[in-house]
Design a protein around this ligand. Structure first.
Ligand code: AMP
Ligand code: TRP
Length: 344
């Protein structure tokens, strides 16, 4: 467990984990190592865990309805195939629990324009034509705060790119508590860290590995077969030096740092312990080791995912049951929020 994890309850709030992933197309090794693997670990620790397919976030950019429906199920299947157990964790999709959107509206009225304008993910996603971005894309972080705070979640495991959104979630909780003079929403702790908080592109060690990168060689998809994984790792960019035996030897070597970090995270090792084993090797020796480890982790997940997708009624039932449980937690919190504001 990373040093970022706080094991103590936050104030009066019990330890509850919430996180979400967008169903906007295939998952990458970055999603798995940065987020989903941690979801599974936390489920087995001393937390109540709630994991959500954030479909309302996905539609902040246009989605083909048929594909969206498919992607929602595939994401849920990959959660389960990665080890999320619907008996231990609540698993559901966001649009099935209307409290998210309702609390999201409240937070639209708490968050400030200036806060939103500072969000780097909005700037990246909107690109040069920000005037043409949807209002939903701009307000996205307020809905994310609602996802988390509708459950009074205390801990949120995410990759490094979500840090700024979680700071905004904290700001919204603090402002709400301050404006209504009540200690109602917890100030959530991000859980970010470990060697794979930021998995980089295989083609450019300065760019994040992303499902939206135009080059498929830049990423490992969770459904890639072993030949594809081997090919991508073989072609991954490196430098001409050998591997160091200590982390400081990776400084300024973004690609080497990335490949070694991926190897460490896949094997639940620290960078130090990996480098003490592989220091002195050339990439030509190290890459096959990485292929073997990546295949050993991903192959069983992708075949399990295929199996789960064979039984859609069962998968839908898991999501429906999850939505029912999630709603039973969020409903009283929304009701109390409305009471505090003076809405009922
Ligand atoms: P998204 O696919 O953008 O909904 O991201 C889902 C989760 O995966 C979030 O917690 C992200 O921070 C995490 N994530 C996405 N890409 C990466 C990456 N390249 N490295 C580490 N974590 C990532
Ligand atoms: N914004 C997150 C991402 O793009 C997804 C997300 C939505 C989320 N709501 C959340 C993550 C709540 C954690 C908690 O990856």
């Amino acid at each position: 467990m990373s040093e970022a994890v706080q094991s103590e309850p936050i104030g009066k709030f019990k330890k509850r984990v919430f996180s979400g992933v967008q169903p906007s197309g295939g998952l990458t090794l970055g999603n798995y190592l940065g987020a989903i693997k941690r979801f599974v670990q936390m489920q087995n620790d001393d937390y109540e865990t709630i994991y959500c397919v954030v479909d309302l976030h996905a539609i902040t950019v246009w989605q083909n309805p048929k594909m969206l429906r498919q992607n929602i199920r595939e994401l849920a299947a990959s959660f389960i195939a990665s080890g999320l157990d619907p008996k231990k964790s609540i698993l559901f999709n966001q649009s099935a629990v209307p409290e998210h959107a309702q609390l999201g509206w409240v937070f639209n009225c708490v968050a400030r324009m200036g806060w939103m304008q500072r969000m780097t993910q909005f700037k990246d996603k909107a690109g040069k034509n920000a005037q043409n971005a949807s209002l939903g894309l701009f307000g996205y972080p307020a809905l994310m705060a609602a996802d988390i705070l509708a459950y009074h979640a205390t801990h949120v495991p995410v990759g490094d790119d979500q840090k700024q959104h979680l700071e905004l979630t904290r700001d919204i909780a603090i402002k709400f508590n301050h404006d209504y003079e009540i200690d109602f929403f917890p100030v959530t702790e991000p859980v970010i860290g470990g060697p794979a908080a930021r998995v980089m592109s295989l083609r450019d060690g300065t760019k994040k590995m992303s499902k939206s990168d135009p080059s498929d060689l830049s990423r490992i998809n969770m459904t890639d077969n072993s030949d594809m994984i081997a090919n991508k790792i073989r072609k991954a960019k490196t430098d001409q030096y050998g591997l160091p035996s200590e982390p400081k030897g990776l400084e300024g070597r973004a690609e080497a740092q990335n490949l070694v970090s991926i190897y460490a995270a896949l094997g639940d090792q620290s960078l130090e312990s990996v480098l003490s084993e592989i220091g002195g090797k050339q990439f030509s020796d190290f890459k096959p080791m990485l292929v073997e480890r990546a295949t050993a982790v991903l192959s069983p997940i992708s075949s399990e995912m295929g199996r789960i997708m064979q039984d859609i009624p069962q998968l839908d039932k898991v999501l429906n049951d999850g939505a029912f449980k999630a709603k039973s937690l969020a409903e009283p919190i929304l009701k109390k929020t409305f009471d505090i504001i003076g809405l009922n």
